[in-house]
Design a protein around this ligand. Structure first.
Ligand SMILES: NC(=O)c1ccc[n+]([C@@H]2O[C@H](COP(=O)([O-])OP(=O)(O)OC[C@H]3O[C@@H](n4cnc5c(N)ncnc54)[C@H](OP(=O)(O)O)[C@@H]3O)[C@@H](O)[C@H]2O)c1
Length: 327
C-alpha cells in the first residue's frame, strides 16, 4: 500500500482507503461478521483511513468502526459526515445547534473525544455561499470537537467554491472512469491550494468491477434498486448517474483493454490513482475478499498510455454526453 498526503493535515493516508457506506446500510443486508471482516481486511492491507457518515445505517457504520478501533493498535483516521439528518436540505438547517447535535452523536458513536475529519454531507449549492457555516466549523475545531473539516460535494462548481474557505482540508467528489470532469476543471485548483481529494464511488457502485449483468438482482433495500432514477437522493450516487444498460455496454469495452493479470475493478481503481491530485480512492466493500482485491490496486504499476487513451475514447463515445455537464 502506498500513502499520500491529505491536504495540509500532515496525515499520510492510504491511496486506497475504505468507504464504509455499504457496511452501514442502503446496500442490502450485510452481516456484522462480514462488515467487521471487511474492515479488518482493510487494515490488514495497509488502509489507515476510513470514510463514513452519521446516517450510514443510522450510526451503525460509525459504531462498527469504533469496534474495529478498539481491537486494533494501528493508527486509523476516520472521516465522518454531517448534514443528511435534515428532513429537507436547506442552508438554514446547517445551524450551530444542529451541527453541534450531529457532531456530538458522531463523537458518541465513534467513541472518541475529537472527530478527525468532519465533512459536510452534500449540502445544497447555496450553503457554499454562507461563510458563517464555515466560521462555525472553525469554532468546533477551536473547541476541540473536530481536528479538521472538509466537504463532500455533488458538483464540480461546489468543490471550486468550497476551497475558497481556507480551512477546508478535503473535498470528496465522485471521480471514476465514468465521471471524469473533476480532473479537467477542479484538480489543478485543488493541487494549487493543497486540498485533499477523496474519490468516491470509484467502482461506480460495483458496475466497474465487470460483475454486473442485465439480470443482476438487487435487494429492495439496496439503492441500486430503489434509487436507480434518483427517487431517494441524487441519482449520481447510484451507478454514477449512468443508465444501467449503457454502463454495462461501456464496461464490456473496458474489459477488452484491461491488462492481463488484473481485474477490471483494480484497473478502475488504478486509473484513479494515475491522477496525483487525488489523495485516495475510497471503494466500499462488503466482504474481506473484495477489500483485499481493491487494496491490491495500489501495488500495481502505472497504466500504460495506450490503456489511458483507450479509456478516454470509451468515455467520450459512450458516457460523456450523459454525465459530463450534469455534475
Ligand atoms: N454523498 C456522499 O458523500 C457519498 C455518496 C456515496 C458514497 N460515498 C462514500 O464513498 C464510498 C465508496 O462509494 P460507494 O460505496 O457508493 O461505491 P463503490 O465504492 O463504487 O462500490 C462499492 C460496492 O461495489 C461492490 N464491490 C466493491 N469491491 C468489489 C470487488 N472487489 N469485487 C466485486 N464487487 C465489489 C460492493 O457491493 P456489492 O458486493 O453488493 O456489489 C461494494 O459495496 C462509500 O462507501 C462512502 O464512504 C459518499
Amino acid at each position: 500500500m502506498k500513502y499520500r498526503p491529505l491536504g495540509r493535515t500532515g496525515w499520510n493516508v492510504s491511496e486506497v482507503s475504505f468507504g464504509a457506506w455499504a457496511i452501514g446500510g442502503a446496500w442490502g443486508e450485510v452481516s456484522e461478521d462480514d462488515a467487521l471482516g471487511a474492515l479488518r481486511a482493510a487494515i490488514d492491507s495497509g488502509v489507515n483511513f476510513i470514510d463514513t457518515a452519521d446516517v450510514y445505517g443510522d450510526g451503525r457504520s460509525e459504531r462498527l468502526i469504533a469496534r474495529l478501533k478498539k481491537e486494533r493498535k494501528d493508527e486509523i483516521i476516520v472521516a465522518t459526515k454531517a448534514g443528511r439528518r435534515l428532513p429537507k436540505q436547506t442552508s438554514e438547517g446547517y445551524s450551530r445547534h444542529n451541527l453541534s447535535t450531529w457532531i456530538d452523536d458522531s463523537l458518541r458513536n465513534l467513541a472518541v473525544g475529537t472527530i478527525d475529519l468532519l465533512q459536510l454531507h452534500c449540502p445544497p449549492t447555496d450553503l457554499y455561499y454562507h461563510p458563517e457555516v464555515f466560521g462555525m466549523l472553525d469554532d468546533f475545531v477551536k473547541a476541540g470537537k473536530l481536528r479538521f473539516y472538509g466537504v463532500s460535494v455533488e458538483r464540480v462548481e461546489e468543490a471550486i467554491k468550497a476551497i475558497e474557505y481556507p480551512n477546508v482540508q478535503s473535498v470528496q467528489i465522485i471521480f471514476n472512469c465514468f465521471r471524469q470532469r473533476p480532473a479537467d476543471v477542479f484538480f489543478p485548483l485543488a493541487k494549487q491550494r493543497q486540498v485533499g481529494i477523496l474519490a468516491r464511488v470509484p467502482l461506480s457502485s460495483g458496475m466497474l468491477t465487470g460483475k454486473l449483468r442485465r439480470d443482476s438482482h438487487f435487494a429492495a433495500d439496496d439503492h441500486r434498486n430503489f434509487n436507480r432514477h434518483g427517487e431517494a437522493f441524487d441519482v449520481g450516487e447510484t451507478f454514477s448517474g449512468v443508465d444501467y444498460e449503457r454502463g454495462l455496454q461501456a464496461v464490456e469495452e473496458i474489459r477488452r483493454i484491461v491488462p492481463s493479470g488484473i481485474t477490471i475493478g483494480q484497473f478502475a481503481l488504478r486509473w484513479i490513482l494515475m491522477f496525483d491530485a487525488v489523495t485516495c480512492a475510497i471503494p466500499g466493500g462488503k466482504r474481506p475478499e473484495q477489500v483485499s482485491e481493491n487494496c491490491g490496486s495500489s501495488d500495481l504499476p502505472p497504466l500504460r498510455s495506450e490503456a489511458l487513451v483507450a479509456l478516454k475514447r470509451i468515455y467520450e463515445e459512450k458516457i460523456k454526453e450523459f454525465v459530463h455537464q450534469r455534475w
